[in-house]
Design a binder for this molecule. Structure first.
Ligand code: ADP
Ligand code: MG
Length: 386
């Protein structure tokens, strides 16, 4: 989807009021009835209809005709707009550049501040689940799916922000967090390539140790990344140093499946190094040896998982997000699928049509970011048998 920075500057204050009213109304209504928009915005009836019309033309809201009543819903575009407007009001960002990443659950853009310094804007898109799994997951997401994408995307951004901040402040190699609003995070742009795109490194052994050290240091601080793979490790162009990104799925080492997640992160790196660089080492970290160490640290207050919990990302939110992610990711394909077959794409398109409302996400159906690792503890048997 295109993000248009010029829109940030040219919206009237009445249009903004109406757009905000649709956002507020959608907390309790999947389709916000027009009279409610009128009521919340405090504007005149006739005026609101016209304003809704012009917002719909710009795809910030969408008109939905329902058996019971007609109304409007906020689109991804509308939600993006509100978040970017908040960021630009605070002078955190000024203009939007190219899209550099499309994931199943986020879009990544290069943006700039008033001085032209580049940053990365990550927009979380949790409603846009793997199209193949929508069918199975429909029961879980149920009728609330369209109403919950905003909420889930915002939770993911809040969580990612909380983790990125705590990690950055404790000298982990992660991008510097700059600002966040709604479902968006603004962070330092790293001049790097994802490890995935790198065919040669000067010393695979050295990089391997660095990555394992990061996994261990994280666990020593009470954290597991849970998606520590070649897509989420960037290699700086100048120094070759690794930078870790993508934190919405991180868990505490006190999580009931902590060991499984830890081993999977370790295994992802081992497998990747074996396949890509033909590098294999008998040395790799075990969860057991870490567990005993961090028990001591808990009493000394070094636990970053505890700090994140204290930072305002509530346990309840964490649970909601985790359940969602497990439900959605549990069914994702486990193989590399750089070339997703035509059949799959057709199926995805079909799903898109069925879903109707989410047409904005359709260009992303061919995304290949499907790590080579199993997605949930339930997949362990299949993967370990390899
Ligand atoms: P997703 O949830 O879609 O996997 P990521 O946070 O992993 O989102 O980002 C997707 C891609 O965007 C990365 O693989 C990387 O190429 C690029 N990217 C993300 N953050 C940055 C950053 N701070 N600097 C440079 N590139 C980034
Ligand atoms: Mg990623």
């Amino acid at each position: 989807m295109k993000l248009d920075a010029t829109d940030l500057r040219y919206i009237t204050s009445d249009e903004f009021r109406v757009l905000s009213a649709v956002e507020i109304g959608s907390k309790n209504h999947e389709i916000v009835p027009t009279p409610l928009v009128v009521q919340i915005s405090g504007l005149r009836n006739g005026g609101v209809n016209k304003l809704l019309g012009s917002l719909a033309k710009r795809n910030l809201v969408a008109r939905v005709q329902n058996a019971k009543y007609d109304g409007y819903r906020l689109t991804y575009g509308g939600y993006d707009y509100l978040a970017m407007r908040a960021l630009s009001k605070r002078d955190s960002m000024y203009s939007v550049g190219n899209q550099i990443g499309v994931g199943k659950e986020a879009d990544i853009y290069i943006v700039a501040d008033g001085e032209g310094s580049e940053m990365v804007l990550k927009l979380h898109r949790l409603g846009r689940v793997s199209f193949r799994t929508i069918k199975e997951k429909r029961d879980y997401l149920g009728k609330r799916r369209s109403a919950s994408w905003m909420y889930m995307s915002r939770l993911a951004a809040q969580k990612e922000w909380a983790f990125m901040k705590v990690l950055y402040e404790h000298d982990f190699p992660v991008p510097k967090p700059i600002d966040h609003a709604r479902h968006c995070i603004l962070m330092e742009a790293i001049d790097a390539y994802p490890l995935r795109q790198i065919s040669d490194v000067p010393s695979p052994g050295r990089l391997y140790s660095k990555l394992m050290d990061i996994i261990v240091r994280l666990a020593d601080s009470g954290l597991i990344h849970c998606d520590f793979n070649e897509f989420n490790i960037l290699i700086r162009r100048d120094s070759g140093e690794p930078v870790v990104i993508d934190f919405p799925q991180m868990v505490s080492t006190s999580h009931e499946n902590a060991e499984w997640y830890f081993n999977r992160d370790v295994e992802c790196i081992r497998t990747f190094f074996r396949r890509r660089f033909k590098y294999e080492s008998a040395l790799y970290p075990r969860f057991q040896s870490i567990k005993s160490e961090d028990d001591d640290k808990e009493s000394q207050g070094f636990r970053l998982d505890v700090m994140v919990a204290a930072s305002g990302f509530a346990r309840k939110d964490q649970k909601t997000l985790e359940e969602y992610m497990e439900a959605v990711k549990g069914g994702e394909p486990r193989e590399d699928n750089d070339t997703s077959s035509e059949e799959e794409e057709e199926e995805e398109e079909e799903e898109e049509e069925e879903e109707g409302e989410d047409s904005q996400g359709s260009e992303d159906a061919s995304d290949d970011e499907t790590g080579s690792c199993p997605r949930g503890p339930q997949d362990i048997g299949a993967e370990m048998a390899e």
